[in-house]
Design a protein around this ligand. Sequence first.
Ligand code: SF4
Length: 307
Amino acid sequence: MSKSKKNKLPIKLANPTIKELDFSNQKMVSFSQYQIYQSCNFKWYNQYINKIKPEPNINMTFGTAIHNTLQYYLTVMYKESGTAANKIDIIEYFENSLKNEYKNEYTKLGKHFSNIDELNEYYEDGVAILKWFKSHRGAYFSVKNEFLVGCELPIQKEVKNNVIFQGYLDLVMYNSIVNKITIYDFKTSTKGWNDWNKKDETKISQLLLYKQLFSELYNFPIENIDVEFLILKRKITPNEFIEFPKRIQTFIPAAGKNKIKKTNESFNKFINEVFDEEGKFNTTRTYDKNITRLCDWCYLKDICKPY
Ligand code: SF4
């Protein structure tokens, strides 16, 4: 089989138009906005209406660098071959990506937001994840009957007058045997997801929203779309070290009709609470604080004074 035939997606998907937004009268809304609103209305109000933004942090920098590296490796694997992907020096690619991301954020901020010990630790964690991924790749991805639909695939939809939802899907694959799409989301985590994380409906709703929007925009039946989180663990426990130090955890959330309906209702409630009929921020209501133990880690705690 020739290379081009092998790598050609055997289905035709719609090609949705992604437009530049006109920020003079349009607002962009992302999943992370919804997630922040669900965690604390007052935090969302300060971040998006008062525009008090959090400073960059090493977790975000690390997440972007490791996303970039895995997406590059998988693109080469599916567009060329597994052998070509394995020839990439992914450690060097990751190191450059981490340096560039850090440098960009440092330049914008005008000061360091990490230190050499922390940067080295995150670099070593990334190396451990990538080495593990490379030697266990077959447990997650196969070139047999699987096709890359895309990395960072865009989704965009007007969800209210002048309010545009926009997102990017980390990785979308198609399996020709079962005629199914799988939407993957990479998450970086210190020690992986426990039950509390897995039951966090807001966290899970990201892939439920993406599943529905992918179906609508790319015109593919929703019942043939699966979703999966790939959780990249920076640390492993001593027990895992002795038994099987698995650096990538998978989690497939329940994503049936009822779950999607519930997610839609909650997301639409958020949109209607924070935007008025013209798509402007609703500044006439009160945005309540949600005081929990998580306030200790909130960048707004000095302004908010939750206790
Ligand atoms: S400190 Fe707590 S209550 Fe205040 S904005 Fe942050 S999360 Fe909300």
